[in-house]
Design a protein. Structure first.
Length: 209
């Protein structure tokens, strides 16, 4: 079954394909179908994910899944949250349209600066997955996952993407960016959300591994 991923992030595609592939799903980035990115005007993960999933399903004429995820920092009242990918852009640190790697570096640098001198360094990744059978699906499947740790004062590790180099995982003695894909896909916020999504897809869509 083809499932449109409402994203153009190749690393996210690989992660979700590995996690959802056992259900017989073949994920394809929306960009490969000529589908433009949806607007994300909302202040919550679930609203943005639902908007993106419906947009991709309508434009691609088929089932779609959207992931809205980000880093929530307790000392910052949950920021950068839904603006995680655009954190540095919102602060004027780089222009629109820079490569994702450039944006990631700028986002991490800004967060390090913002957290300087703060004692409470608790943070967690949130992943909110929404899947729809079609754009007007009255029963979107919604799954959520969290992955908690503490923020480092400098980046550590070269795997993953986004804020992975800054999230220290005390139980594992490493940062999220020091885990290989197999390790991360077993315990990450996206892995937790995907396990729940697999259960929902089996129950409501009749898909089974």
């Amino acid at each position: 079954m083809r499932l449109i991923l409402a994203s153009n992030n190749p690393k996210k595609l690989r992660e979700l394909q590995a996690l959802l592939g056992p259900l017989g799903l073949n994920l394809i980035n929306q960009g490969a179908l000529g589908i433009p990115e949806a607007e994300e005007p909302h202040i919550t993960f679930v609203e943005n994910a639902l908007a993106k999933a419906r947009h991709a399903a309508q434009a691609g004429q088929g089932p779609a899944i959207a992931d809205d995820s980000g880093l929530c920092v307790r000392a910052l009242g949950g920021l950068p949250g839904v603006r995680s990918a655009r954190y540095a852009l919102d602060a004027g640190r780089h222009p629109e349209g820079v490569p994702r790697e450039v944006a990631d570096t700028a986002n991490n640098a800004l967060l390090i600066e913002t957290m300087h001198g703060k004692n409470d360094r608790h943070a967690h990744f949130t992943c909110l997955l929404v899947a729809v059978r079609h754009a007007e699906d009255p029963e979107p499947l919604i799954a959520e996952g969290h992955w908690a740790g503490t923020l480092l004062e400098a980046q550590q590790g070269h795997e993953g993407f986004g804020y992975d180099p800054l999230l220290w995982l005390p139980d594992h003695g490493c940062s999220a960016a020091e885990m290989n894909a197999e390790q991360k896909n077993a315990i990450s916020h996206r892995a937790i959300a995907c396990r729940r999504m697999r259960e929902l897809m089996a129950l409501h869509w009749g898909l089974h591994a």
